[in-house]
Each structure stands twice: as C-alpha cells, then as structure tokens.
Design a protein. Structure first.
Length: 137
C-alpha cells in the first residue's frame, strides 16, 4: 500500500476521523516555506495537502489541524522554537513536539531529528518524514 493510502486508511478507521485535519492549500505551503526559509520534504507536503495537521500515532502539524492538536501551524511552532533558541531549529522546521516537550524537526536533508533539552543531545529519529510516520502508524 502506498504511503498516503496507508495514512488515509488509518484516518478512515472508525473513531479515527477526529484525528484528521483539513487539507492545506498550495499557497499556504509556499508562503510557509518562504517565511521559514526552508524547502519542505515532498512527503510532508503530500501529507499536509491530503490531511492538514493530523494525529497518526504522532502529532504532525501543518495547517488546519485536527481538533485533537493545538491550533499552532508548522510556521508557529518553528518560529516559537527558533525564538527560544533551540539548537537545530534555525535551519529546520518543526513538525511535532515529543512527550518531553522537545521539537521534532526536519532538516534540509529530510532527516527527522530532535534536540533533547534534558541530555543536551541531538537525536536522529528517522532518515525521512515517510519513515517517521510509517513507524508511528
């Protein structure tokens, strides 16, 4: 089954519809990339164009988030962590927040990583957005 189809299947399961946001518009994505000075991962773009900000075993922020997620967009989250001086955030964008309050980010290579504020270490979580989401499903 294809990546987007797997996610759609999960979100279509009984009781999971509440986890699905509304699709992002191309203008929103292009504007966000300009504001943040990044290029979004193609699979992240496909995800938010199909599902908006959704919960798929892990919260993925975009735009038009599901009611179970806070209303912050990827731009809001990234700017928050950049403003607060989190290592790694200056050249990446924040797609989620882990259970300890650490940002989950994607860098220019597409790697998903976090900065753990307790240990002071950068930690790779997945080599790609697709791998990150598939592991969470």
């Amino acid at each position: 089954m294809e990546f987007i189809e797997k996610i759609a299947s999960f979100l279509d399961e009984p009781g999971n519809q509440i986890y699905k946001g509304r699709a992002a518009l191309l203008d929103e994505l292009e504007g966000a990339q300009r504001k943040l000075g990044v290029i979004f991962d193609p699979d992240y773009i496909r995800f938010v164009q199909a599902f908006g900000g959704s919960f798929v075993g892990v919260a993925i922020y975009g735009f038009n988030n599901s009611k179970v997620l806070e209303s912050s967009s990827v731009v809001d989250l990234t700017n928050r962590f950049r403003r607060d001086g989190w290592p790694g955030a200056e050249d990446a964008y924040v797609i989620s927040i882990d259970m300890s309050g650490n940002p989950v980010m994607i860098d220019a290579s597409g790697r998903v990583f976090t900065y753990d504020h307790d240990s002071g270490d950068m930690r790779s979580m997945a080599v790609s957005f697709r791998e990150f989401v598939e592991a969470a499903l």
